[in-house]
Design a protein around this ligand. Structure first.
Ligand code: SIN
Length: 301
């Protein structure tokens, strides 16, 4: 069940996705104790941000739509959580980073690594905060500048979390890799909204948000499959994984590891254990000795 992600050793290929329960050392430790092979924090920026007013989350028929607005305490305060988490965590700690300019991404990433992060994941895909997130990740030239700047600022693996809200995700993935990304996370949420038939108004205070959960899994599988055909760095699959079969589908498409987020809210924290426990017997039954052996297997002719 071991996987190697650009030099990060994971005891199993399940990871906590950014944005869910990743605010404090205690919750990160709780997720690791529940079987995650690595944890990714909520996205952190240079300065504290309140995020949007409630409602920030709405349940859709097959997932969740959220627009939190990147609430966080800012990297200087959050560095304390990173240091505390590092004292207790037995699994790699990846800090999700956003910024409003390439220098900001680099500064936040450097401070996160100085505090103990084992890797950073660049949020260039939040679908609804102006001048950051997908406004950066939808433009290959700007994205490349951000990745290059972060790569010069840190000596740890740099993962780039991609947006599905683009015409050609492979083109963006290639730009990130060419700029030095050590791995790619695919995908962040799909732009979405919900309208209340009683009030006749959009439900989220930000009106537009991002859809996650089972509804987006086929989109995410297609993105991983397409990216795998064209890039050589490890891909971390993310989008709608709730059981071991979903995880295996991502490995077959080309993911080396998978992230779980919405299932924690819809199911339980122990989803990491149940997913990992399901993968092992599948591998045995099919005659494989490791997860690595099935990565990208669906591409053979
Ligand atoms: C949020 O904080 O609103 C979500 C961030 C994201 O989707 O990347």
């Amino acid at each position: 069940m071991n996987v190697d992600l650009a030099g990060l050793r994971l005891a199993n290929p399940t990871m906590l996705a950014s944005g869910v329960l990743g605010y404090t050392a205690e919750t990160l430790e709780n997720i690791a104790e529940n079987g995650a092979g690595a944890v990714v924090t909520k996205s952190v920026g240079l300065k504290p941000r309140d995020g949007y007013a409630n409602p920030t989350v709405v349940q859709a028929s097959c997932g969740l739509i959220n627009a939190m607005g990147l609430p966080n305490s800012g990297i200087d305060e959050f560095a304390k959580e990173i240091r505390s988490a590092k004292k207790v965590l037995q699994v790699p700690l990846i800090v999700s980073v956003y910024g409003f300019a390439e220098e900001e991404y680099a500064t936040v990433a450097r401070k996160a690594v100085e505090a103990g992060a084992d890797a950073v994941e660049l949020n260039v895909s939040c679908p609804h905060v102006k001048e950051t997130g997908s406004e950066i990740g939808q433009n290959p030239e700007i994205l490349a500048k951000v990745v290059m700047k972060v790569k010069t600022a840190v000596a740890k693996p740099v993962f780039v979390k991609l947006s599905p809200n683009v015409t050609d995700i492979v083109y963006i993935a290639e730009a990130a890799v060419k700029a030095g990304a050590d791995g790619l996370t695919a995908i962040n949420t799909v732009r979405a909204m919900a309208i209340d038939t009683e009030t006749t108004m959009p439900i989220l205070s930000n009106k537009r948000g991002g859809l996650s959960g089972p509804a987006v899994k086929p989109v995410a599988i297609r993105c991983v499959y397409d990216i795998y055909e064209r890039v050589k760095v490890p891909i971390i699959g993310c989008g709608g994984i709730t059981d071991w079969r979903d995880a295996v589908e991502f490995f077959l498409a080309g993911a080396s590891a998978i992230q779980i987020g919405t299932a924690i809210a819809l199911k339980r924290c122990n989803v990491f254990k149940t997913v990992a426990r399901g993968i092992e017997p599948y591998l045995k039954k099919k005659g494989f000795e490791s997860v690595n052996e099935i990565v990208g297997l669906s591409h053979r002719s």
